[in-house]
Design a protein around this ligand. Structure first.
Ligand SMILES: Cc1cc2nc3c(=O)[nH]c(=O)nc-3n(C[C@H](O)[C@H](O)[C@H](O)COP(=O)(O)OP(=O)(O)OC[C@H]3O[C@@H](n4cnc5c(N)ncnc54)[C@H](O)[C@@H]3O)c2cc1C
Length: 431
């Protein structure tokens, strides 16, 4: 049998059950599709992937290519439309089955489902590999309407079994594909499972995990949070690898509220993954999962000012500058800028989610759109959305202005809109 293995957010050889299954066949082709749609702008003017994640992704692919090469395999990089590329490959009649790690968000499931419907003689298998639990442990008919209920229902269940990297992989098929080149840059974090494993080991060699609960809400600093999200998002690390190290740390240094809180946060990620699969395209809908349309709209000027860090709120501007320059901001900063866009600027939350998709290195469709829905009050928040008081947040999390100074956060006092409600230029008013 010959297998086509389609890489998605599972860019590693360790603890990769889908790859282990594919490794049992006589012949194997491993592909990663760079869908050209991610470089086009969407209706909000954002691209699906910006320069920061693109750099990180290429480094991750290059690292994986090396691991595969050591086991006699090749990573074939294909560019174009994912559905067309895979359809063309399957039409060659070389493959009897297609394997991938289970996808959770509707957009990546669309092309997969179309392939399944189109090629009825080929076996399609999805394997759980990017989550802590297997799909059969999740009750979709009675999917909990809040994170708390989800957590209580799942926390005593066993995690999915972890697997070791295969020593050898089946012979490779010859495909016409592109070479992976990664930019040489010192930009941090560096992509790839090697860098991910180094980071994991380093984090747990410090005392940061013992005080995580007290530091996790900080806006900046070293190890205030784990920094695992970039590696988890493209699968250079699996969540199982993270919890294994966490449990090892607890055995050596003791368990406390902080170490338990790391697992608690990983369960948020888990929740949004299954939430994404449960709600499908509703994850991207303005009215969210309950069909309630928020009282916000698309104000182009306000949205642009928000992305450029030119709002009346210095803390928001600093965070938006950091995001644009580095591709990452803390969880607290994400909450504050998201709340500002939705509540202060009254802009459609999807603009913000879309801009985050372009900028974030750790972009994960389920976590991103799920968290945005939560803040906009169209998702899984029983309290119906979150409104952060920016002055209070500034006092609490940046009392000495070090964060604002670092990222150039100054108040910009210019009209939020260049035209008024009747489309008149704002400058004309009162002249
Ligand atoms: C508007 C908004 C958008 C977001 N978009 C993303 C995204 O695209 N990708 C992403 O991975 N996270 C996203 N998050 C969640 C969270 O901000 C990041 O996971 C976190 O900041 C990453 O840093 P860390 O790894 O140091 O996190 P830590 O605080 O160390 O947490 C450990 C891990 O738990 C998970 N986690 C923590 N908080 C959350 C959360 N609220 N939701 C889901 N998982 C969580 C992550 O996998 C993280 O790596 C978003 C949050 C908000 C408010």
């Amino acid at each position: 049998m010959t297998t086509l293995y389609v890489l998605t957010d599972d860019l590693r050889i360790d603890d990769n059950p889908a790859l282990n299954l594919a490794a049992r066949d006589e012949k194997l082709a491993v592909i990663y599709c760079i869908d050209d749609a991610v470089f086009k702008t969407d209706r909000f003017g954002c691209r699906g992937m910006g320069q920061h994640r693109w750099r990180f992704l290429r480094q991750s692919l290059q690292d994986l290519n090396q691991d595969l090469a050591e086991r006699g395999q090749v990573l074939h990089l294909l560019e174009g439309d994912t559905l067309t590329l895979s359809t063309d490959l399957l039409r060659t009649d070389q493959f009897s089955r297609v394997i991938r790690t289970r996808g959770h968000d509707h957009r990546t499931n669309l092309w997969w489902n179309q392939l399944v419907a189109r090629f009825v003689d080929i076996e399609f298998i999805e394997v759980d590999g990017s989550t802590l639990f297997d799909q059969e442990q999740i009750q979709f008919e009675t999917f909990p309407d809040s994170f708390s209920k989800f957590r209580k229902g799942i926390e005593d269940r066993p995690f999915r079994h972890s697997v070791s990297a295969p020593n050898q992989l089946p012979g490779s098929l010859d495909l016409d594909s592109r070479l992976i080149t990664a930019p040489t840059s010192d930009a941090s974090p560096r992509g790839g499972s090697l860098a991910g494993k180094d980071h994991l080991t380093h984090y747990f060699s410090t005392e940061a995990a013992c005080v995580y609960k007290e530091t996790r809400n900080a806006l900046h600093g070293e190890h205030y949070s784990t920094g695992f999200s970039t590696y988890l998002a493209n699968g250079s690390l699996s969540p199982i690898q993270v919890v294994q190290q966490l449990f090892q740390y607890e055995r050596e240094f003791g368990k406390n509220e902080s170490t338990q809180w790391i697992l608690f946060e990983l369960l948020w990620r888990e929740f949004f993954r299954w939430y994404g699969l449960r709600y499908g395209d509703l994850l991207f809908e303005f009215a969210g999962i309950n069909g309630q349309r928020p009282l916000t709209s698309f104000y182009r000027d306000r949205f642009i000012k928000w992305t450029e860090g030119r709002t009346p709120w210095p803390l928001v501007n600093a965070a938006m500058n950091e995001l644009r320059e580095t591709g990452l901001i803390s969880n607290r900063a994400r909450q504050i800028v998201a709340s500002c866009l939705v509540n202060e600027l009254e802009v459609d939350w999807r603009c913000g989610a879309s801009y985050f998709a372009e900028q974030l290195i750790d972009y994960d469709a389920c976590s991103n759109w799920g968290n945005w829905q939560y803040i906009a009050g169209v998702g899984a928040d029983p309290r119906g959305g979150r409104h952060f008081n920016i002055d209070k947040q500034t006092e609490l999390f940046d009392p000495d202005a070090s964060y604002r100074n670092r990222w150039g956060g100054a108040a910009v006092n210019e009209p939020l809109d260049s035209v008024d409600y009747y489309d008149w230029p704002v400058e004309r008013i009162g002249t």
